[in-house]
Design a binder for this molecule. Structure first.
Ligand code: GH3
Ligand code: MG
Length: 538
């Protein structure tokens, strides 16, 4: 490098640092709000000032990713009226901008050799193990799965980092930090005091703890207590379980009440509880709204002009796919026999007016949770948690009709593990099952939230990629294939590797069945070409 070019490079790095520092200021302001749960006074203005600065620097120093992310945040802020509280929509828009921004800062500093979709969108997972080699091994495995993890050597370091950035999950040795046998629990007790909603903790113990120890662990946020050595795969599966559940998507609640004041009141309650709502004051609009909003819970007023709540419930229940959506009636009706009658007409609960906000929110949470777990039983495969065959096909059908309307591309992928029979034969069926789970986790982590992943059959998976062209899908699937093939699968004291093959087909206007067949043919092309590859159409 000549003198001047090295000078220029230094100067560029200096400026780049200014942009990344400013990006961090924006992200920290947002992070503080998320941790506090309540917007601090002047949040909108703070974000506006810091983001303006970010965009200005990024533009000047030609860092286009940062500029684009800053622009998205600024746009989200502009539609947030001054002096008004933040609402779910604004919050979601801002979160998207923040995700975009954190993606560009982290990618740069972590020097990932290539893009890892969704990897850095998430808050980190902290590991606190006495054995730092083991921690590093877990981190490397976790990175394959798209998790971002950091290890800490002392309780103080862990504590300090938790104060700066609340993690999604902590995995900690019960005796972390040495000294007392329960030093790790004591550390967690201290850390949890700072947070209103506790951080989920997975405890690792070398011995089966006493009931006192286990109780203390539970009280300090302990979700799991492992006293046998876990292999990285099992541990990651547990981490995924707790991390995926936090935070869950907000419940979608539809409210039908002809009284504008009452409807507004409920809408406010739902919004404060972080739920998404659709309020209708005209029951005649219900059918269209059901299709468009697809609620998970429905609240119906009992007496409305034009029809009653029970009649409306019957109409809703006549649609197969709405059969299990909980319906809650609202009424000033105190007559128990009338309430019972209403319940027999397809309702699940009855709330009397005036409604207590806390009671309403608690009812919705209970109903929503139950509805989601019932739905999961119907549409998901129990081993992997992915969509089952039937539901995957019905998602493919609806995405095809969406693509037809929007003119956006749609790609379908069939995937099959290579020589899986041999793996079962060599290592046993339980190891085979674990590989199926590990692949599904891998796919979930690396694909977008809008993609649909299904277990199509035994060791065959199907993936629906909306708004995706064939060549892009080919790129993504190839990257996943390569990363998955590098993953070490531990079994009986050794490690081995597993590969898969894929057929990738873009929808060209044919029927869902024809599209599946085409993808399947391509998949078998990949098999006969030697496996461990992704084959696209023409
Ligand atoms: P190819 O590369 O051609 O796909 O070879 P393969 O061995 O993967 O294909 P084959 O169709 O011959 O065998 C599939 C194996 O998958 C046979 C079956 O025992 C196994 N399998 C199917 N479902 C499950 C499951 O749920 N758990 C486990 N462990 N194995 C399964
Ligand atoms: Mg196979």
């Amino acid at each position: 490098m000549t003198d001047t070019s090295s000078q220029q490079e230094k100067l560029r790095q200096h400026f780049a640092r200014r942009v990344t520092t400013q990006a961090r200021v924006v992200l920290e302001t947002w992070q503080k709000f998320l941790e506090a749960g309540e917007p601090p006074p002047g949040l909108r203005e703070d974000l506006m000032v810091t983001t303006e600065k970010l965009v200005k620097y990024a533009r000047r120093f030609e860092m286009t990713d940062h500029e684009a992310a800053g622009d998205s945040i600024r746009t989200a802020l502009e539609i947030w009226p001054e002096g008004r509280p933040i609402n779910t929509e604004i919050r979601e828009n801002l979160q998207r901008g923040m995700d975009q921004l954190s993606r560009c800062t982290l990618r740069r500093s972590d020097q990932q050799e290539d893009e890892t979709p969704r990897t850095w969108l998430r808050t980190p997972i902290y590991l606190a193990f006495n054995d730092s080699d083991y921690a590093q091994r877990i981190i490397r495995q976790m990175e394959f799965f798209g998790f971002r993890a950091a290890a800490f050597a002392t309780p103080d370091e862990l504590d300090a980092e938790c104060a700066r950035n609340k993690p999604e999950t902590i995995v900690i040795d019960v005796d972390f930090g040495g000294g007392e046998a329960t030093a790790g629990i004591a550390t967690m007790e201290r850390i949890q005091q700072r947070h209103e909603t506790p951080i989920p903790v997975l405890y690792m113990s070398r011995e089966d703890g006493s009931i006192e120890t286990r109780l203390r662990a539970v009280r300090s946020g302990g979700e799991e207590f492992f006293y046998q050595a876990l292999d990285p795969g099992q541990l990651i599966e547990k981490i995924e379980h707790y991390s995926y559940a936090h935070p869950p998507d907000p419940y979608r609640v539809m409210v039908v009440d002809d009284s504008k004041a009452q409807a507004k009141y409920i809408e406010n309650v739902l919004q404060k509880a972080g739920m998404r709502s659709r309020v209708l004051t005209d029951p005649m609009e219900v059918i269209d709204a059901l299709d468009e909003f697809s609620p998970e819970i429905i609240i119906l007023d009992m007496y409305m002009p034009g029809c009653t709540g029970t009649e409306l419930a019957k109409v809703i229940r006549q649609q197969d796919h709405l059969h299990s959506v909980p319906i809650i009636y609202l009424s000033a009706e105190e007559d128990v026999s009338k309430q019972l009658h209403a319940m027999s007409m397809g309702g699940d609960d009855f709330l009397t007016k005036p409604i207590d906000a806390k009671h309403l929110v608690a009812t919705l949470h209970n109903r929503g949770r139950r509805a989601r777990s019932l739905l999961a039983l119907m549409i998901r495969d129990s081993l992997t948690g992915l969509y089952n065959h039937t539901h995957t096909l019905s998602l493919l059908e609806s995405e095809i009709s969406r693509a037809h309307q929007s003119g956006q591309p749609l790609t379908f992928v069939m995937l099959d593990l290579d020589h899986f029979k041999r793996i079962n034969d060599t290592y046993g069926h339980p190891i085979g099952d674990r590989i199926l789970k590990s692949l599904s986790l891998f796919l979930k982590q690396r694909l977008r939230k809008t993609d649909h992943i299904g277990r199509y059959g035994g060791e065959e998976f199907a993936i629906v990629l909306p708004d995706t062209r064939e060549e892009d899908a080919l790129g993504v699937m190839n990257e996943i294939r390569e990363k998955f093939s590098q993953l070490r699968q531990p079994a009986a004291g050794t490690d081995f590797h597993v590969t898969f093959s894929c057929g990738v087909a873009q929808w060209w206007g044919e029927s869902p069945q024809e599209l599946c067949e085409r993808a399947d043919t391509l998949l078998y092309g990949a098999k006969s070409e030697g496996r461990n590859q992704v084959v696209a159409g023409d």
